[in-house]
Design a protein around this ligand. Structure first.
Ligand code: HEC
Ligand code: HEC
Ligand code: HEC
Ligand code: HEC
Ligand code: HEC
Length: 366
């Protein structure tokens, strides 16, 4: 499609981007939502006599809703720059699907990278090998995963392909099927401050955590410019705090987190090694190799740890306390990465190549 120019008449950003056959509209002005309503909403779905949004072509499930002039993916497609992520920038959304190949380097952190905390869906669409493994296959972005289909490993099959939000997705109210209705009010402030990244569990509990102002753009170790994720220091496999980020992942990948018997991370009666699956919502021991987490105990943005209280973002952490909790996001990102199994780093190719992110915790195994 071409010739669509709802925004281009008024905003310099009004270029159309065509990805996977969908026509996506870059974000117009007004990210703080103090801007012009017309930047994001269309009153009659008409501009200069032409239709503004064709919901049926968006392919994201749901809609139409809230007189929106663009889709979730439309507004959230683009390339992050230091100015696009700046707190003072009212023009750009946090971009989760690159218009061009993002720079990830080894870990998606530090100078030169331009992905955000969740990584990027670019590779699940565009990687030349194993692309399905490089991200969550969200409808409207890419077709369903050819190997995994609708079944989250460790969980039960879904009845619809994953969506950005709602009952078949991750953001917003998980009891509402339509992704737009599930996000109602969120962009205008509702739940933004209480729900970490507008996430909640299937029981309605808000996922706790502190949000980094620039979504971890070019984050570095040992300072407070990062998300602070919520974890819990568990002592049994069935102990479940549904406000943690790992419990959130477990709402679909249940067995990888908790459960009795061979569900969960520990199959035998005694809590601790030998584990059945890699521990999560489990705090780093004070002794042994874990005591020198990230060498000097600086908070690592490469293999981060969660904390049981999330009152401030931590520059340093203390193994043996509840501010060093292993979580799903210690090793994975939520949206996508250039690496298989959506890993934060290329574990599979190390040694010889790749990157050993495991060594941030397993300091004696590098
Ligand atoms: C930067 C984009 C943006 C701007 C500017 C914006 N909105 Fe919205 N608005 C959204 C999005 C996205 C949604 C739908 C999802 C949601 O509610 O979070 C929405 C939802 C709404 C809703 C329904 C949900 C609710 O909160 O009640 C209303 C009403 C609304 N907007 C009114 C306005 C008005 C009035 C203005 C101008 C003062 C405005 N918006 C400016 C993006 C924007
Ligand atoms: C709403 C359900 C849902 C939630 C919540 C969810 N996932 Fe998934 N996940 C899926 C489905 C479905 C698949 C299989 C299809 C696919 O890859 O998209 C999957 C696949 C994966 C894969 C394998 C990708 C591959 O192809 O190798 C990883 C890794 C993963 N998820 C990690 C996570 C993490 C980490 C979280 C929490 C941040 C999470 N998931 C939250 C549904 C979910
Ligand atoms: C009209 C454009 C627009 C649409 C449509 C839109 N978003 Fe957004 N979204 C934005 C902007 C702008 C921000 C950044 C707000 C800010 O600066 O804090 C944002 C922020 C977010 C955030 C981050 C919240 C945080 O914690 O910082 C999430 C999650 C999100 N959107 C999800 C969605 C989902 C899911 C949909 C579809 C149901 C959607 N968006 C539709 C423009 C949009
Ligand atoms: C955020 C810190 C962290 C990261 C990153 C991490 N681990 Fe671990 N790992 C732990 C902790 C904590 C334990 C459990 C120690 C205990 O038993 O008390 C553990 C245990 C293990 C065990 C032993 C299981 C058992 O039954 O005793 C293996 C094997 C392991 N990890 C492999 C890996 C690999 C491979 C990676 C990288 C893909 C990795 N880990 C990344 C913290 C981490
Ligand atoms: C210590 C690092 C680490 C942690 C913590 C971790 N994972 Fe993984 N995960 C991996 C690695 C490495 C793989 C690649 C396959 C392998 O080596 O077993 C993987 C693979 C997966 C897969 C794909 C499995 C398949 O069948 O292809 C899913 C889904 C997944 N992880 C989800 C999760 C969820 C959900 C959590 C939290 C409850 C989690 N992971 C915690 C390292 C980790």
């Amino acid at each position: 499609m071409n010739g669509y120019s709802f925004f281009s008449s008024r905003y310099s950003l009004g270029l159309l981007v065509a990805i996977t056959g969908l026509f996506l509209i870059p974000l117009p002005a007004g990210a703080t939502f103090t801007g012009q309503c017309s930047s994001c909403h269309t009153m009659h779905n008409s501009q200069n006599g032409a239709t503004v949004t064709d919901w049926s072509s968006w392919g994201e499930g749901g809609g139409p809703a809230f007189l929106l002039a663009a889709s979730c993916i439309g507004c959230h497609t683009g390339d992050n720059t230091s100015s696009s992520v700046a707190l003072t920038n009212d023009t750009d959304a946090p971009y989760v699907l690159g218009s061009t190949a993002p720079t990830y380097n080894n870990t998606g952190t530090g100078t030169g990278s331009n992905t955000l905390a969740g990584g990027n869906f670019y590779w699940v669409v565009n990687a030349t090998t194993n692309k399905d493994r490089k991200g969550h296959n969200v409808t409207g972005i890419v077709a369903q995963d050819a190997t995994l289909g609708l079944t989250p490993p460790g969980g039960t099959a879904m009845t619809q392909q994953l969506r950005c939000a709602g009952a078949y997705g991750c953001h917003g109210d998980r009891s509402i099927a339509d992704p737009y209705l599930a996000m109602e009010g969120v962009h205008h402030g509702k739940a933004m401050s209480t729900n970490f990244r507008a996430l909640e569990n299937t029981d309605g509990t808000a996922i706790a955590g502190l949000e980094d102002a620039d979504w971890e753009f070019q984050a570095t170790d040992g300072n407070t410019s990062h998300n602070q994720y919520k974890g819990t220091s568990r002592t049994t496999d069935t102990d479940e705090d549904t406000s943690t980020i790992s419990s959130f992942c477990a709402s679909c990948h249940g067995d990888f987190h908790y459960g009795a018997g061979t569900a969960g991370i520990d199959a035998d009666a005694a809590w601790g090694s030998p584990w059945l699956r890699h521990p999560v919502d489990y705090q780093l021991p004070a002794s042994g190799e874990y005591s020198s987490y990230n060498t000097t105990n600086d908070y690592s943005v490469v293999s981060p740890v969660a904390s049981q209280t999330v009152t401030s973002a931590l520059a340093t952490v203390t193994p043996g306390t509840t501010n060093t909790i292993v979580m799903c996001l210690s090793c994975h990102r939520a949206h996508g990465t250039p690496y298989d199994s959506i890993l934060r780093w290329d574990y599979k190719s190390w040694p010889g190549g790749g990157y050993n992110g495991c060594a941030i915790c397993h300091t004696a195994k590098n």
